[in-house]
Ligand binder design. Sequence first.
Ligand code: AHM
Ligand code: MG
Length: 326
Amino acid sequence: MAKPVTTLSEFIIEREKDFPYATGDLSQLLTSIRLAAKLVNREVNKAGLVNEILGETEQHSVNVQGERQQKLDVYANERFINAMRNQGAVCAVASEENDDHIVFNNPTSASGKYVVAIDPLDGSSNIDVNVSIGTIFSIYRRLDPGKVTVEDFLQPGNRQVAAGYVVYGSSTMLVYTTGNGVNGFTLDPSIGVFCLSHPNMRIPGDGKIYSVNEGNYFDFPANVRDYIDACKRRKFSARYIGSLVADFHRNLLKGGIYMYPGTTSKPNGKLRLVYEGNPLALLAEQAGGAATDGRTRILDIKPAQLHQRVPLFIGSPAMVEEVMQA
Ligand code: AHM
Ligand code: MG
């Protein structure tokens, strides 16, 4: 007999029972993220068709259904924001695509308990070349029921209620945590349902994969160069997709370290603390891994700005520890 499948919606409801005082708002929020992920997945999968075959690359072109064609990252941004705007649990969203956070003033959502920071489509340089990309999200409880400010988004990562990502890869997966372990769900495209495929994910304590843009090698701090040299001497595998979510996901499954250090010209590196570093750091730690900026645990950094950058070393704990000691 075939093994029974647990769907993401069943799993969310099941887990809600673990919190006796839960109101269902977080479940509702995760459900809206799940829905937006499916819509984005559909568009990502036909990206080549739309751009190359249908010739709809112009910002203002109209597709066969009469919809305006948009760049995929703008599309993803709108899908995720709209999914949350009208369902009541979220009062505000901050996105890599928007300079400021967006407050929902509609009656359904104005009193929402949560704020969500999101990178709607990460790995943008890979969008047009059919290489894996992702969505990253981070959920906080709002600080004051009376008002929403940017401070809601500037809470340290250790205050996250939940975090996760979607990787649009050879298959599409949604991986998330509510602070009680990490679980991964693979989209079955034939029925359009995310199914639990990776229960209780644990990152190997040590690994043999290092992921870093070595083109920047000569601009890295000496200790990072030393660590990269040590990886080479040990004949570790260099694997760098250039999509943070995809690189992180592989290392989570196989063991490894992803690094985006500061460089001489960009001392804080490239990645953003609020919607890239923090959510992945929570997932890493929940899976038994580690994440630092080279000195400080990522989750303990108090963000000063919404789009603040942070050097990132994340993955198997032994590897993260070693690069910090180098
Ligand atoms: P993005 O949010 O503009 O897509 O930038 C983030 C991406 C990460 O996914 C990836 O790991 C990194 O930038 C790659 O940067 P680089 O091309 O400098 O190696
Ligand atoms: Mg990004």
